[in-house]
Design a protein around this ligand. Sequence first.
Ligand SMILES: [Zn+2]
Length: 212
Amino acid sequence: MGNPDFGLDFSFLKSSLINERIAFTGGCIGGASLNCINFVVAMNLCPCGYFPDLGKCRCSLLERKRYMGRVSGPLLDRMDICITVEPPEIGAIIRDGRKTGQTGSKEMAERVKTARRIQKERYEGTEILYNSHLTGEMIKKHCKLDRPTEKMLGEIFRQRDLSPRAYYRTLKLSRTVADLEGSGRIEKEHVIEALSYTSGLDIFSKGAMDKI
Ligand SMILES: [Zn+2]
C-alpha cells in the first residue's frame, strides 16, 4: 500500500477481500484468487513517514488523521495480521540483522513448513488448505479453547469492542501459532501471541492519534 494518499479509492479492496478475488482494471484486466495469494501491504503512519517519532515528524495532527483515515475500518477488519514495525537498532544492522535469542529465518522457515504439513493432514479430504480458510462450524471444531482462555478472550473483546470477524480471526491465528509450536491444543499463550499480531490496529482506533 505504501502511501495511501496517492488518490486511489481503497474501498475496492474491501469488496475484493469479501469476494476473495481481486480484479485489476484500467489497461490490465484480470483476476487472482485470494485463496492462492498472500495479501501483504505496508504503509507509513503519516505523510512525511516519521510518525510516531514526534522529534522528526513534520505533519500536523489533522494531516495525520486525514492520512490514516484513508484506510477504512471494514478494510482493516479483514486483515489477519497488523503490526507496527520499529526501525532496526544500529547494533542489529552491524550484526547483520541477527539478535541473540531470536528465531532465525532458516529455523522459522522450517517451522512454517511443519505447520503447513500439520494443516494439510488436518484438513485432508476437505477444501480447506490453511487455517485462514476456516469458516463457521470448522472454526468451532478446530479452534477450541479451554474455558479460562475462552473467558479471557471474550473479556478482551468486550473491553475493546471488537467485531465477531476479529474474534474468529484471532481464533484462526491462535490455531496457526499453536501449529507453529507443534501443539495440538490451543493454549492461552498462543491466543496472547495471536492478539499481539493485531496490535497494529490500535493506532487506527478512535482517538489513538490524540494520545500520542
Ligand atoms: Zn509526519
